[in-house]
Write a protein that binds this ligand. Sequence first.
Ligand code: EPZ
Length: 421
Amino acid sequence: MDKLIINGGKRLEGTISVSGSKNATLPIAVAAAILADGASAIHNVPNLKDVDTLSAVLEVLGATTKFKNSTLYIEPSQRIAYEAPYDLVRKMRASIYVLGPLVARLGIAKVSFPGGCAIGPRPIDLHLKGLASLGAKIQIEGGYIIAHADRLVGAEMYLRGRHGSSVGATANVMMAATLAEGTTIIRGAACEPEVADLANFLNAMGADIEGIGTPTLKIHGVRQLRGVDYTVIADRIEAGTFMVAGAMTKGDVFVKNAVPQHLEAVSEKLVEVGVQLDWADDGVRVTTPRPLQAVDVPTATYPSFPTDMQAQMMGLLSITPGISIITESIFADRFMHASELNRMRADIRIEENRAVVRGVPKLSGAPVMASDLRAGAVLVLAGMAAAGETVVSRVYHIDRGYECIEKKLVGIGADIVRVND
Ligand code: EPZ
């Protein structure tokens, strides 16, 4: 397994480019492989483990995929299989995205129940509730979800759970509804930019979706969808991660391709901490001309501060004078990175879904372990800001969501070497 060896204390300076969005690419690739009756070319796709894993799932279902120069070419099969096997689904929760499209296209789907992961239980009750509202008959057997429907029929539904809207459930049900009979209204839909990007892709394929980017989506069912050329949005979480990297190393970093509209809550919080952000039309310059100050960070669904930036923000606040309170309202167990940061002499106390972060002057390098994608990312950021050497293990977590993270960071002055253990 790979490790990253990081020698901290280097100021990051220069331009770092953001790749395409992982969380937009995954559902868009599923729609292209299952809902379309022709080939698609999806551009600005990041070269990530999760994209490889999803391509393997789509190939099992019969599609042909090819990834070249950030374009994912997808050719649907004339004979789509309806079963997504356990050994692939367990590798990546986003495989659940095939459920809605399969039952919409074939009238049947058999998808392994996705496992939980390091950030807590990952229920799919809202996915199943939404598909059942469209008339799918849902059974759970032997660890598999089996969904049947002669033809899905449009319906009105409310899709928020106790943690608010669901990105995955909104995507799954919206994709299924594009081929349903009649009109579907999803109230309490997720408004994340990745969901909007999927909706725009579906409309490019010939779907008829209104209310994109709002909590109420109206989907008028159509008979068929065609393959298209499409360019995925930039990854706002990768952009936010690099913005925090610039701030933590007190550098001068231009994050190219960052989209201001997708990062309003993150930008607002960074400015509140005292980070200077100068937006240009192709990205944002990050500097720290003045002392930083502690802030409180509650996570919530879009457009509020995203849970996927919570770990990165904890890294910055761990070296920001004062006491900051981070409240994680989306996932029950998304503080695994706190104990690893404390190994680096951070001073973070967890109280249920709150992290009390007392800023320290400097972190100190140490051997640490990534537990999930964003926890791994913050350990890299902390290693770059710390004094001494940090060795991050289980880097495969990071490779799931960051394209060549060490190459990009070395390009702006970081001292990081990947070793294969
Ligand atoms: C997506 O996960 C993202 N993954 C996550 O990014 C992101 O953290 C999350 O949305 C929230 O923004 C992908 O897009 C592949 P949810 P998803 O359904 O769809 C609860 C990363 O780092 N819930 O919006 O699984 C759920 O437990 C990953 O890139 C139900 O209760 O998230 C959570 O508390 C990590 N029932 C909340 O809703 C359901 O049926 C939000 O989950 C579904 C979800």
